[in-house]
Design a protein. Structure first.
Length: 211
């Protein structure tokens, strides 16, 4: 019996699974660390130096209060925001673990590796669609409302909020772009020559995987 031939597409997807899953886990760990340190420090630019003999500048805005004000608006105006903010990162971690495990199965041409990859891709697409719709309908409008309230009391941080707003409006479109990879995974792993390589008696055909 001839050994199975691993299609090029399978090897590429396995490598991308390892890279994407590993980076995703590192990103979630970094987010947790930043939250523990206090991400609200971004709202507090360092106070400018006071020239000798000049009057002292006013104290910088209270970043912790700003963060609490934003969270209060989100919890009030966004349905199930607290649950969403907890569940979404958990699902992201699960998807990253699925990618890494599926990558191992793909390298070994195990049928479960292909099935797990397809399951990851489907769940990833659904999660990103939900997150995009949720953000557009609820989170972005609530954040805009919160920023307007903050600017009324702390106008000096307008440049910081403007930069954050740009990123906030771009986030839903970025989530849609992130759907490209799982779609490619589904397309490539459902190709006949790729699917055959995972069959018990499949030897993998010598067709180019990306034709």
């Amino acid at each position: 019996m001839q050994p199975k031939q691993r299609p090029v597409a399978v090897l590429v997807i396995a490598i991308l699974h390892f890279v994407g899953g590993g980076l995703g886990l590192c990103g979630q760990i970094s987010n947790l660390a930043l939250q523990g340190i206090g991400g609200a420090q971004a709202f507090s630019p360092p106070p400018p130096a006071t020239p000798p003999g000049a009057m002292a500048r006013p104290a910088p805005p209270d970043s912790n209060k700003i963060k609490k004000d934003i969270e209060a608006v989100l919890e009030q105006d966004v349905p199930f925001y607290r649950l969403y903010s907890i569940v979404l990162p958990v699902f992201d971690v699960i998807l990253c673990i699925m990618m890494i495990a599926a990558g191992i199965g793909l390298l070994q041409l195990q049928p479960w590796g292909r099935s797990l990859s397809l399951a990851y891709a489907a769940l990833s697409i659904l999660l990103k669609l939900f997150a995009t719709v949720y953000a557009v309908l609820f989170v972005v409008p609530a954040m805009g409302k919160a920023f307007d309230k903050i600017l009324e009391s702390v106008p000096q941080i307008a440049p910081v909020l403007s930069a954050i707003k740009i990123g906030m409006y771009a986030t839903p479109f970025f989530a849609l772009e992130m759907m490209i990879y799982p779609i490619v995974v589904i397309v490539l792993l459902t190709r006949p020559n790729v699917a055959k390589a995972f069959q018990p008696n499949g030897f993998g055909e010598e067709k180019p995987a990306f034709e």
